[in-house]
Design a binder for this molecule. Structure first.
Ligand code: NOJ
Length: 767
């Protein structure tokens, strides 16, 4: 209650401050745009203005339950502002032609698409890309995606998705950048830059849409579309900054999330969409709902279609995706005084501005080049880059006795339900992936090993014992063959294959549709039937490498204790198989680091490294102490901590050297460690910087990531890695939502993951 009051207070102060400012001069190009749009809007009827707010689906991919009907007829009547899920220059041109030749005012359409981790050349899922900790690399994936998508008619992507996700049950954790605010904010920024480039008017850049605003990743119990209820501390300090980073990087649009936030669904949340997004953050683009988000407010219990449409518009939601609540009811609401003409005008103007910024009024067909579609999609350079990228995202979780890399020699048994499927390689949200040219793991291993190794294959088990679960987990053509013979028979076959081999590669885990939208799991282990297979393979006494496919952190405690080598490959895009083979055979050295904590079991979820200390912390390394914050049956430790990942080489860290032990606001200090490659091969290491604010006006996390550098070292080489720490790095939102650094003592940690760190301390002096 107290906090809510202070928020109202802050908002009032902020709005007041904005009103008090003298109007800023309007830049010449913006003034030209304003004039153009004002002149156009002067000619528009109310129906045409509302038509611009309508976003329909072209239906190429199924990304929601409802479908849009009579799309061409509606475009001709000026009842559509944009289409998504319609691709190729030919089809896009056809729809655009109707808009610019048959509709009265010839206003071009905007064309959206879920270009989430690449386009036809598909990169690893976002949670995997985050594990690269390589920002230039991530930016380049977005640039390639924009180039391919724009060559295929698209000018607007529903990405980046930057929902902080700390619940491994939530299927959409796969689409996120993981649990950490700082890392996700860096990724938000570079992805927007990658998509939008330096000029949205170019024909190979596309508009970004940051989503899902807001807090979608905190859905209760990890159940998709579920309620979110969150303190302002957590919201401002942990969950909101990545969206803001995308806005600050210039993202042209925002997608409202499905979830209820503290009692008001995002789609109709005026505080969120207007007070925070526009007034506090200064966002000048447009907001779209998510798929039927407006309609779903009826189920949320906010009223009938007319009421919820009016409420969404007034909250600051300009574009209505698929619901058609705006086109069906806003005119009536206007006549009844439930919305004002200014509400419709504002929304219409923002959407026309987006089209103007994309240059669609100059050339509505600028993304419809058959030549570009033929020459700029799936180029050898893009495919090569996808392969190199995927190899950077795999996380080596265990490598006992240096089983990996294995030699391209002898006999290798490749076993498991995920070993021989192409459709499962790219991962969730890869609706445009070029599946025909996506090798299965078996094909990738054979191609990379060449004739030097004899590769045998056996499926070994079904994906899940239950046929219905397998069907639900392999939707949208992402099939995995099913063998209806008894489990033991299938396993025995694989055991016989393993016995002939020198080494066994077990391709196990989740299918790609076991994570992603509407794919939450209450059990985050490898399906039981696959574990039976794994146990049988281990019993052969052959060295076993687990190649783990996962769209989430999985609870693999038993595997971590019993399998000598585990390579977590997530879902690596269209070139995943070749990249896995590159790593397995040692042509590439793994350098991925977890962007999310792996729990020991599902009961520890949500588990994340930047937790608060509590008043009764359990001493690290102990399991259970009466009257301390922990569990009776499991320690508080993660299975694998945030930031963790091994390499085929090893690195040592010197102690931290600080340039000074204290600094005043406005000054800075540096923290330096020397990192040495102590192994036998060249490798990359992500050097991570964390701080802890020891005393605060509010409780502060035990560690917060504040910087990282990815370095490459040859065997025996050392490098001094220096981080600068400034007052700004120590700021947080206090109880009054002021963004401040509080003078006092801080700990600083540098290391190879959030747990294994060197430690020092410094003081931020008072003003
Ligand atoms: C629903 C999803 O929540 C969103 O992420 C996606 O962009 C839209 N569908 C459009 O496909």
């Amino acid at each position: 209650m107290k906090k809510a009051k202070s928020l109202v207070c802050i908002m009032a102060l902020c709005a007041g401050a904005i009103q008090a400012q003298a109007p800023k001069p309007v830049p010449a190009d913006q003034s030209k745009m304003n004039t153009f749009i004002s002149q156009l809007m002067a000619k528009m009827t109310v129906d045409e203005k509302i038509g611009q707010l309508n976003l329909v689906t072209g239906g190429e991919a199924t990304t929601g339950e409802a479908v849009s009907n009579d799309v061409e007829g509606k475009i001709a009547q000026g009842q559509v502002g944009g289409i998504f899920s319609l691709t190729t220059p030919t089809r896009v041109r056809k729809a655009q032609q109707i808009a610019v030749t048959k509709s009265r005012l010839k206003i071009p359409l905007i064309f959206g698409q879920d270009v989430i981790h690449g386009y036809k050349t598909t990169f690893p899922i976002p949670l995997a890309l985050a594990a690269s900790w390589d920002m230039p690399l991530v930016e380049r994936t977005a640039r390639v995606a924009a180039t391919e998508a724009s060559a295929d008619g698209i000018n607007w992507t529903f990405s980046p998705m930057v929902d902080i996700s700390r619940d491994a049950r939530w299927g959409r954790i796969a689409e996120s950048c993981g649990e950490d605010t700082y890392l996700a904010s860096q990724i938000a920024r570079v992805m927007v830059q990658g998509y939008q480039g330096d000029d949205l008017k170019k024909n190979n850049t596309i508009m970004a849409c940051v989503k899902h605003f807001a807090l979608y990743g905190a859905a209760e119990a990890g159940k998709d579309y579920n309620t979110t209820d969150m303190s302002l501390d957590r919201m401002y300090n942990d969950y909101l900054p990545p969206y803001k980073a995308a806005i600050d990087a210039g993202a042209g649009s925002v997608m409202a999330s499905f979830n209820d936030i503290n009692g008001i669904p995002a789609t109709a949340n005026k505080w969120l969409l207007t007070d925070l997004l526009r007034k506090q953050w200064g966002f000048t683009g447009f907001v779209t709902s998510d798929y039927t988000g407006v309609n779903e407010l009826i189920e949320h219990g906010l009223g009938d279609l007319q009421q919820v449409s009016a409420r969404s518009l007034k909250a600051g939601m300009e574009m209505d995706m698929v619901s058609e609540g705006y086109v069906k009811t806003l005119k009536k609401s206007l006549q009844e005084g439930k919305v004002a003409m200014a509400d419709i005008d504002n929304a219409c103007r923002l959407i026309l501005e987006a089209k103007y910024k994309l240059g669609l009024f100059d050339d509505p067909y600028k993304y419809c080049s058959e030549k570009r579609a033929k020459t700029e999609i799936l180029t050898p350079a893009n495919v090569k880059f996808a392969r190199e990228t995927a190899a950077q995202t795999f996380v080596l979780l265990k490598n006992q006795g240096n089983i990996l890399p294995i030699k391209k020699a002898g006999t290798i048994a490749v076993v498991g339900p995920l070993a021989n499927t192409r459709a499962n390689m790219p991962g969730t949200w890869s609706v445009n992936a070029d599946l025909a040219n996506t090798p299965s793991l078996l094909e990738g291993l054979k191609a990379v090993a060449g004739s030097k190794a004899n590769i045998l294959y056996s499926m070994g088990s079904n994906l899940t014992a239950d046929a219905t679960l397998q069907k639900n987990a392999t939707m949208f053509g992402r099939d995995i063959p099913r063998d209806e013979r008894p489990e033991e028979v299938i396993i025995n076959e694989a055991v016989a294959t393993a016995q002939k081999a020198d080494v066994v590669i077990a391709a196990l885990g989740e299918s790609s549709e076991m994570s992603g939208e509407s794919s939450s799991r209450s059990n985050i282990e490898i399906p039981e039937v696959q574990k039976h297979l794994l146990a049988a393979l281990l019993k052969t006494g052959k060295p076993v490498v687990l190649v783990l496919f996962a769209g989430r952190p999985m609870a693999i405690k038993w595997e971590s204790e019993n399998v000598p080598a585990i390579l977590n490959v997530w879902f690596g895009g269209t070139q995943a198989a070749n990249a896995i083979a590159d790593v397995v055979f040692g042509d590439a050295n793994p350098s991925g680091k977890l962007a999310v904590t792996f729990p020991q079991n599902v009961g520890q979820v949500p588990i994340y490294y930047s937790h608060k200390n509590t008043g009764r912390p359990l001493q690290e390394g102990t399991w259970f102490t009466k009257f301390r914050s922990g569990y009776l049956d499991v320690s508080n430790d993660p299975l694998y901590p945030f930031g963790f990942g091994l390499s085929y080489t090893t690195f040592s860290y010197s102690d931290i050297k600080l340039s000074a032990n204290s600094f005043a606001p406005g000054q800075s200090i540096t923290a330096t460690v020397t990192v040495t490659n102590t192994g036998k091969v060249e490798g990359k290491e992500v050097v991570q910087l964390y701080t802890r604010d020891m005393v605060g006006s509010i409780t502060r996390p035990v560690k917060e990531l504040k910087g990282f550098q990815k370095i490459s070292l040859k065997p025996g080489d050392s490098k001094a890695v220096t981080f600068t720490i400034k007052e700004d790095d120590l700021k947080f939102y206090n109880a009054d939502l002021q963004y401040v650094a509080e003078p006092g003592d801080f700990k600083v940690f540098i290391g190879s993951n959030s747990h294994d760190v060197k430690e020092s301390q410094f003081t931020l002096a008072g003003k």
